[in-house]
Ligand binder design. Structure first.
Ligand SMILES: Cc1cc2nc3c(=O)[nH]c(=O)nc-3n(C[C@H](O)[C@H](O)[C@H](O)COP(=O)(O)OP(=O)(O)OC[C@H]3O[C@@H](n4cnc5c(N)ncnc54)[C@H](O)[C@@H]3O)c2cc1C
Length: 456
């Protein structure tokens, strides 16, 4: 039991806020992006700076508290928050600094990706990240990072140059290719297992205005389009990215006659010379999409395009797999589950991870599936908790149908709580090396609210 005095002293030693059960803003502070997650921590520290993070790690460890670290709070399984423990909330550590000379971007550990997109854009630089701009940098960058720039510039982890982090013993270290190399290797895919990252240094890549947007076809075209797409995306130049999706068309700005219609489609991003855009898209337009909105688009706009459709607080149920090939039998399952999308926001995305992602060795970072071609995710989503059973059943059934055609593991950032064997399968032969690093830096597993790498 923690004494009132100890808690009071802890609160007074922070520059940021200490929020406890019963405080007016407690319920708001414990909310995460996925409305299905309802956890009640004992306290939450809204860290103002690195010193607050050190104080919080030390307080949690000395008092045997369960600790969770919250970046953007987007995690599928709600791993930024915990029951009865201490949440180290980084959301106030939110700054960026671009160095145009070295083409690098310094990013505070609590930033969202929109912050990085915004900062880099002014200098014509971008870091590969995901497809929603409100996602936290911390969780996405430490777990892998797949999205619009993956085929051209690799995963987010392939663009981390350095991190500053607070270890389980409260010490602050820098990890890069020359300093604490074992730690630098492990944090590029091993998630939040090794400590709290308070700042990232990313490589900025030359990206400004893309030729991008969606092409959609009515759902009865799924077989035709998916069979074309599976070959096309594996052979086209790395400047073109396109993730395949099954979806229901939301309201505006889509044309009214499509509202509520189930469709399949591809969301594209071409980062080559913009004047080549028309020519690159000719074979795609020849497939006569029922809707398209492809054209020049500033990079931050592309990354924020879907934010409005997926506000915080919806109910989400996730399942995922890595995919090497999409055989005809798998296509037939996608057709079936696409036609049965259970709610308007439920969807399936297949993010290509070939191109530049394949140019990094499978043991160079913990990301073991460098030979997979897609990170696939199916998500049942709805605002109404009354539909949870429906969205969960569709997602699980879909996963069960497709899993036999998968590569085995999954991208850890697309998983909910699926057990230790699944975590191991996702790191394959990199798992034992991750355990060694965990033994060295966090032998007591202080940082365990994550896709956990258990110390031995
Ligand atoms: C709508 C939506 C769209 C998404 N799209 C993509 C996508 O396109 N591409 C993609 O790769 N992923 C995507 N994701 C998945 C995303 O990568 C994960 O949800 C990720 O965990 C989010 O990071 P976060 O910081 O917001 O999460 P949080 O819930 O805050 O944290 C998640 C995990 O990361 C750890 N963590 C977070 N920050 C730090 C830090 N600074 N130091 C140490 N540990 C930390 C936490 O302890 C926790 O274990 C998406 C998620 C959502 C909800």
């Amino acid at each position: 039991m923690l004494s009132e005095k100890a808690i009071q002293q802890f609160g007074e030693s922070l520059r940021g806020e200490l929020i406890q059960a019963g405080d007016q803003n407690y319920d708001e502070a414990r909310k995460v992006y996925n409305g299905m997650i309802d956890k009640r921590p004992q306290m939450i520290t809204r860290c103002f700076d690195v010193a607050d993070v050190i104080t919080s790690v030390n307080f949690g460890r000395e008092n045997n508290m369960l600790i969770s670290v919250r970046g953007g709070g987007h995690n599928a399984g709600g791993l930024g928050i915990c029951d009865n423990g201490l949440v180290i909330d980084l959301s106030q550590i939110r700054y960026t600094h671009v160095d145009p000379k070295s083409k690098t971007i310094h990013v505070g550990g609590g930033c969202q990706w929109g912050d990085v997109d915004h900062a880099g854009h002014a200098f014509g630089l971008a870091v590969p990240a995901g497809v929603i701009s409100t996602t936290g940098v911390g969780g996405l960058a430490l777990g892998g990072g797949v999205g619009y720039l993956s085929r051209k510039y690799g995963l987010t982890i392939d663009n981390i140059l350095e991190v500053d982090m607070i270890l389980a013993d409260g010490s602050c270290v820098t990890a890069n290719a020359k300093e604490n190399e074992d730690l630098f290797w492990a944090i590029r895919g091993g998630g939040g297992n090794f400590g709290v990252v308070t700042s990232f240094l990313f490589k900025g890549n030359p990206v400004h205005t893309n030729y991008a947007g969606p092409t959609l076809w009515h759902i009865e075209n799924t077989e035709r389009i998916l069979k074309w797409y599976r070959d096309f995306i594996l052979n086209v130049e790395d400047d073109l990215y396109g993730f395949f999706a099954l979806l229901t068309v939301p309201g505006p700005p889509f044309p009214e006659e499509l509202h509520g219609k189930k469709m399949c489609g591809v969301v594209w991003n071409y980062t080559g010379p913009i004047e080549n855009g028309e020519a690159i898209f000719k074979p795609i337009r020849d497939l006569k999409p029922d809707f398209e909105n492809v054209g020049p688009m500033p990079h931050p706009m592309l990354n924020a395009m879907f934010d409005v459709f997926y506000p915080t607080g919806l109910q989400w149920y996730w399942r995922a797999d890595f995919i090497k090939e999409i055989p005809d039998e798998a296509v037939a399952e996608h057709v079936k589950f696409g036609e049965a999308l259970p709610t308007p926001l439920s969807t399936m995305h297949m993010y290509p991870i070939n191109g530049a992602v394949h140019k990094v060795g499978k043991n160079d970072t913990p990301w073991a599936y460098r030979d997979a071609n897609w990170a696939q995710v199916m998500v049942g989503v709805d605002p109404d908790p009354a539909n949870n059973e429906k969205i969960t059943k569709w997602t699980k059934d879909y996963f069960d149908a497709i899993h036999p055609y998968s590569a085995g593991g999954a991208y850890i950032n697309f998983m909910m709580d699926e057990g230790q064997e699944r975590v191991k399968a996702s790191y394959k032969d990199n798992y034992d090396r991750l355990v060694k690093v965990k033994n060295k830096y966090d032998p007591n597993n202080l940082f365990r609210v994550n896709q956990n790498i258990k110390p031995s």
